[in-house]
Unconditional design. Structure first.
Length: 457
């Protein structure tokens, strides 16, 4: 058995792990990424690969190089929502162009950049357990590297091991506020294929969505006009969905996908929930999927993983400088997350909760009847743009029969705004957390009451 010692040990070489390592190594900390996969498979991660562009990423590595090497489609300007029960597609224009990546190449570049900036990467290293002192402080991890048992001691362990991280099963978080209220039902099971087609698709400037029967959605994200990522997901509190056959049937039914050939396939779980209430414990920080940093309506988690990893490491650098890795010393990271994307994700999770209390046909009819941009604004919380009277009248006519649900939706929206404002008041120290959490839970109780949904947390 071998033992090694670092300032920072990062478990997982995905987006969170690579951005954390780049930040810590640049600050001169002895940093290692432990990745269970071999080097040739690192970066091969289940993903739809759609992002907003380089603005998605904190500027801690060479983003121009990343873009040149891995952004295969930089001309995504709109989202298309296909309505399976009518031909009335909803189109939403983006404010700025988005991109679709080659996820494998992207994964290789971010690891190459982390290494260039000074981090070590140990591939073929499967972390199996967490080391803790008697008072609960995390002091390292153990695992198998190329089959041999290894111990890594660290001032701080970063959990970047993705959704349903094994580290959180192993660590004892009692006596801390680390969020352990995490259940399978708060996750989405997702699967994607990459297909090649003979003829370019017309919608190569769009990401395309379509609802499925199981309260999930199917999507097409074009990497190029002839290479398309197609995927599907369903919330794990719903009956199991046959994801491969659902994709096959949809591809088969489309006449704009000519002679499709599958060139890659992969699946994984995605946390479609609010961010963890706290993602820190003594000597331990969780980032990315391991802390629920995913947009709970779209499943987009690359930006949350990259940003949270950098914010965590900036707080960790200060904590290590002060020689204090207690929960209090790391706590400011929670506030960084909650007052930024955390408040938005917690707010839009209210719509997911509302959705679980309705049938998919009902939701499709409502969604189809409300003009696209207004629906997007309602869900993103954007204010200010009133719906023109003519549209209002058309909406009233088209939504006839669903007014109760629309009133519910409006009430949920009010609560979502209240929730986001409450996340702005996330406490600066652990001492204020129980009171903050209690108010947050009472807002959510009202969301359950309005929507008739079963409690999610
Ligand atoms: C089908 C699908 C489609 C998606 N589409 C999009 C999209 O279009 N846009 C978007 O922004 N997001 C999308 N996401 C979400 C996005 O992929 C994740 O949010 C993002 O990858 C999270 O990054 P991460 O670094 O936290 O975790 P991951 O990328 O999952 O990385 C975790 C790493 O940890 C390693 N690891 C795990 N356990 C151990 C262990 N015990 N020891 C050592 N190593 C370990 C894994 O091998 C992996 O390399 C999608 C997800 C899925 C499943």
């Amino acid at each position: 058995m071998s033992a090694e010692s670092y300032d920072i040990v990062i478990v997982g070489g995905g987006t969170g792990g690579a951005f954390a390592a780049a930040t810590a190594a640049q600050a001169g900390l002895a940093t290692v990424i432990l990745e269970r996969k071999p080097p040739e498979a690192a970066g091969h991660i289940a993903c739809g690969d759609a992002i907003k562009g380089t603005a998605t990423f904190p500027d801690v590595m060479d983003l121009e190089y990343l873009k040149d090497e891995s952004f295969t489609n930089q001309s995504i300007t709109r989202a298309l929502f296909e309505n399976p029960s009518s031909n009335d597609d909803i189109e939403i224009e983006f404010r700025g162009p988005g991109a679709v990546l080659d996820r494998k190449r992207y994964g290789e570049i971010i690891l190459e950049e982390a290494e260039r900036l000074g981090a070590a990467i140990h591939y073929n290293t499967v972390v199996q357990d967490v080391l803790q002192t008697a008072d609960g402080t995390v002091t390292g991890v153990t695992g198998k590297r190329n089959g041999s048992t290894v111990t890594y001691e660290a001032e701080l362990v970063v959990d970047a091991a993705g959704a349903l991280s094994l580290l959180q099963d192993k660590a004892d978080f009692s006596g801390t506020f680390f969020d352990t209220n995490v259940r399978y039902s708060q996750f989405c099971s997702a699967y994607r294929e990459v297909i090649e087609v003979d003829e370019p698709v017309e919608w190569h400037d769009a990401i395309v969505f379509k609802p499925t029967e199981e309260l999930g959605y199917l999507w097409y994200f074009p990497r190029t006009p002839t290479r398309i990522n197609v995927g599907v997901g369903f919330q794990m509190d719903q009956p199991e969905m046959q994801m491969i056959s659902t994709i096959e049937a949809d591809i088969e039914a489309r006449d704009d996908l000519v002679n499709p050939t599958v060139i890659d396939k992969l699946g994984a779980a995605v946390p479609t929930r609010r961010p963890y209430d706290s993602a820190v414990a003594p000597g331990y920080m969780a980032v990315g999927d391991a802390a629920g940093h995913v947009n709970p309506t779209t499943g987009g988690g690359i930006p949350g993983a990259a940003k949270s990893a950098v914010w965590a490491m900036r707080r960790a650098i200060d904590a290590l400088d002060a020689g204090d890795v207690s929960e209090s010393a790391l706590w400011a990271y929670n506030r960084d997350v909650m007052t930024d994307f955390g408040k938005h994700f917690a707010a839009i999770d209210c719509y997911n909760i509302w959705g679980t209390a309705h049938e998919v046909e009902e939701l499709t009819e409502i969604v189809s009847a409300v003009p696209g941009q207004h629906l997007a604004d309602a869900m993103s919380g954007a204010d200010g743009k009133a719906m023109p009277l003519s549209l209002k009248l058309r909406t009233i006519k088209d939504t006839y029969g669903h007014w109760d649900q629309l009133i519910q939706l409006a009430n949920v929206r009010t609560k979502a705004h209240e929730l986001a404002a409450h996340y702005e008041r996330y406490p600066a120290t652990p001492g204020g957390f129980p009171a903050w959490q209690s108010v947050r839970d009472s807002i959510l109780d009202e969301v359950y009451e309005i929507s008739g949904a079963d409690p999610k947390y």
